[in-house]
Write a protein that binds this ligand. Structure first.
Ligand code: PA5
Length: 368
């Protein structure tokens, strides 16, 4: 279902904010450009690092992919892609140390854009202590130094950007590293080209210069920015995308947002919609969906049944990925949400790049 037409004045205001001149003032650090550049990050990664990983041991029983925030989402994406491919378990880990159940056949991957995130460094130190097979993805920092000391393979990625704008740089080496370790089939170059092309097309469709009347991300932001956004993933790949939407709304637009997924929503959260008019009057659910082989007719029936239960007072919007591989569809949905969060930030008058509270917490913890 298409979003309802927004207020004319707000749409015009958003279009003013997204001219070149408007963006220079409202988006001084250039988040719009960084979001648009995601497809350029999907290039092949250095083969030498993969060769080092391949030589470092036999196929692991499972993979613990550790990271936080904007780095951890790459672990979620790899876990979903790996599950879709029926490969060994990839388990995202957002905490200190290692999970207690990590056995000696586990492989540890440290993912930290800055290389200085204390939870991820603590996981690396625990994996080092246990002599687990491991590799890292980082732009530098202490993580790169520890890996150099241990002669552990590292995918070095470009520095100087907010981690959440480096999803391609973080995810592609992770997928490559998992292939090198024998966990996943290697991605074929033509399938990576397909993904990049699909993302370029989407980035153009949702670009700032496209006016609100023909830009679905702007239309959605115009409805979202004063509401409590609720994003549900239908198929498992979409659960990750829904969580990425939530995090991008948190970090870029500085908004609370809820993410969840079917079928679990039907067993708890569905009840809350009965009181939504009291709690969050402008809210409506956005359903993220895949196209083609990742869906299942039972889930389509479930979406329809859920919409009926929510009732005609609760409007809902569906965002369906273009066809393509699991990588294409997942990144397509993520990029869509990135643009929605950007436009919510601009409408709310906040700098999409600034993350003052996260920086303050990291500083406080480093002194504690
Ligand atoms: O978006 C952000 O800046 C954060 O969510 C960071 O990604 C998070 O704090 C972890 O830092 P890093 O990605 O450098 O390990």
């Amino acid at each position: 279902m298409a979003p309802e037409p927004p207020l004319e004045g707000e749409a015009e205001r958003l279009d003013q904010l997204t001219t070149t001149h408007g963006l220079a003032a409202a988006d001084p650090a250039g988040m719009a450009g960084l979001i648009t550049a995601l497809p350029d990050q999907l290039r092949a990664v250095p083969a030498e690092v993969g060769a080092q990983i391949a030589q470092s041991g036999a196929r692991p029983g499972l993979v613990i992919a550790a990271g936080m925030g904007g780095s951890a989402i790459a672990a979620d994406c790899a876990a979903a892609i790996s599950a879709e491919a029926g490969a060994a378990a990839v388990i995202p880990w957002r905490n200190y140390g290692l999970p207690t159940w990590a056995g000696d056949d586990a492989m540890f991957v440290a993912i930290s854009y800055s290389g200085n995130t204390e939870e991820t460094l603590s996981g690396y130190a625990a994996a080092r202590e246990r002599q687990l097979r491991r590799f890292a993805i980082t732009s530098g920092g202490e993580l790169a130094a520890m890996c150099a000391e241990d002669n552990v393979p590292v995918y070095s990625i470009p520095e100087g950007q907010p981690p959440r704008t480096a999803l391609g740089w973080l995810l592609m080496p992770l997928l490559e590293g998992l292939s090198a370790a024998g966990v996943l089939q290697p991605a074929l170059p033509q399938s990576i080209d397909e993904t990049a092309e699909a993302l370029h097309r989407l980035a153009d469709e949702l670009a700032p210069y496209r006016p609100s009347r023909s830009n679905p991300a702007k239309l959605l932001a115009l409805r979202f920015w004063q509401a409590l956004p609720v994003v549900y993933g239908v198929e498992p790949l979409c659960h990750v995308a829904a969580y990425r939407w939530k995090c991008q709304l948190n970090e870029n637009a500085k908004m609370l947002a809820i993410s969840g997924g079917l079928p679990e929503q039907n067993h708890n959260e569905v009840l809350a919609w009965g009181r939504i008019a009291e709690q969050a009057p402008n809210s409506f659910p956005v359903w993220l969906r895949t196209t083609g082989p990742f869906g299942d007719s039972r889930m389509t029936q479930r979406v329809e049944a859920t919409r009926r239960v929510l009732g005609s007072d609760v409007d809902s919007v569906e965002v369906r990925a273009c066809s393509g591989s699991s990588l294409t569809q997942l990144l397509w949905l993520c990029l869509y949400g990135d643009f929605v969060s950007l436009y919510c930030a601009l409408l709310g008058g906040v700098d999409p790049t600034a993350i003052g509270a996260i920086d303050a917490l990291k500083l406080a913890m480093s002194k504690a």
